[in-house]
Design a protein around this ligand. Structure first.
Ligand SMILES: [Zn+2]
Length: 297
């Protein structure tokens, strides 16, 4: 299914006929009975492709995710900064290879030592890049949102991941097969330039993470991390578990619990059953270590 759906990828210039074809393919995944009725009534936005661990959106849901002005132009950049930097011609050439996928929180996109099969351009999801030292807790060395991509090592000629890429905040991304991405990097000077800048910012953020985890206290680190996540997710509300934050910051879960209680007492955030909301952004910035600005876009 994932193979057949990839031919329906472009987010722009999609024709009504293509949408009908996509719906037809997706409907074949539905078992019938109540599920069939719910789909026909428009009550379901997506179906799960278990073979590919993806959620595939119906055309109406994809339409809802497009920028408001998408109908005004055949070329409306998708909400990912790297792709938006491409020329119109380059972007149009790429769109058949970009498959919209919905990624669930906790999903692992790449594991260390494994070949990279796809690259991902997040739209509204956030992906954590984790170092996984043997016998130690994982620690985050990068955070990817709408401003970047997962799989940058391919641009440097390395097709094996050195990190675990795990979805932190679920949402939509555009994915592209490895071979197509490698070819595009070779062909597009614009993309190479954007990737060079982005990879440099990744390196800078990784250095800052080393400083942060060595010298700063857990409560101010948590404040920084929440602000960075908010910037990447473009929202003051998001879902993130304590286990996940502990894995990201390389500390025990109890440390996250205590730090979150501290931020809640100061009325900077609310945090209940994974649902986090930033109440006072300025206050949270003041409570954070100053790494926040250097880890963000
Ligand atoms: Zn810090």
């Amino acid at each position: 299914m994932s193979d057949s759906s990839s031919s329906y990828a472009p987010e722009v210039a999609r024709t009504k006929r293509q949408d009908e074809q996509l719906s037809s393919v997706l409907l074949r995944l539905v078992k019938g009975g109540p599920e069939q009725q719910a789909v026909e009534a428009g009550e379901i936005d997506a179906v799960i492709d278990y073979s590919g661990s993806n959620v595939i959106l119906f055309p109406a849901a994809r339409q809802a995710l497009r920028p408001a002005a998408a109908g005004e132009s055949a070329y409306e950049p998708v909400a990912n900064s790297l792709l938006a930097a491409l020329t119109r011609r380059e972007y149009q050439q790429l769109t058949p290879s970009l498959e919209p996928v919905t990624l669930t929180s906790g999903a692992v996109l790449h594991e260390p030592g494994e070949p990279i099969r796809f690259v991902y351009f997040p739209v509204d999801c956030v992906v954590s890049l984790l170092a996984t030292p043997k016998g130690r807790r994982t620690v985050e060395v990068g955070l990817v949102g709408f401003d970047g991509m997962v799989g940058t090592s391919l641009a440097l000629g390395v097709n094996v991941s050195s990190l675990r890429a795990r979805v932190q905040i679920g949402g939509t991304a555009l994915r592209m097969p490895q071979a197509r991405f490698t070819r595009t990097v070779q062909e597009s000077q614009t993309l190479r330039h954007e990737l060079n800048l982005y990879i440099y910012s990744e390196l800078t953020a990784a250095r800052q993470t080393a400083v942060c985890s060595t010298f700063h206290q857990i409560e101010e680190r948590l404040a920084s991390r929440l602000l960075t996540t908010s910037a990447r997710a473009r929202s003051d509300r998001f879902y993130v578990t304590q286990e996940s934050l502990a894995g990201v910051l390389g500390v025990r879960r109890e440390s996250i619990t205590q730090a979150a209680i501290g931020l809640q007492r100061r009325r900077l955030i609310t945090y209940h059953r994974g649902n986090l909301r930033i109440l006072n952004r300025q206050g949270l910035e003041a409570a954070s270590c100053h790494c926040y600005g250097q880890l963000s876009v």
